[in-house]
Design a protein around this ligand. Sequence first.
Ligand code: AMP
Length: 119
Amino acid sequence: MTDTIFTKIINKEIPAEILYEDDIALAFSDINPQAPIHFLVIPKKPIVTINDIESEDKATVGHLYWVAAQIAKQKGFAQDGYRAVMNCNEDGGQTVYHIHLHVLAGKALGWPPYQERLK
Ligand code: AMP
């Protein structure tokens, strides 16, 4: 079971505001933004969680950060700063089981980034 809604976005079966695409990664705006700028960078390979990253995926996961930085520079918020994070499994708040880098920007972000959540 590896197909999620992100597979449909990769395959262009459902629409998304695509910001960047190459053979390895896709970046698109988050449908429910949590900051003035909020987009996701995902691998085209459907890796389920951070825990499922295999040795052969290390360059792919590094590439996601490189893509995030390219978009940050292109959009002009690289110097002001941003947060690039992945959530893992239930306690991490993961809801889509295809790894994705959240890139949040456009305001000074608080730390720690979490709010308590009832299970
Ligand atoms: P997470 O909770 O870390 O798994 O993040 C999943 C993210 O995917 C959330 O921020 C959602 O708003 C976002 N999301 C879910 N469906 C879509 C979609 N169709 N297009 C863009 N973003 C989506």
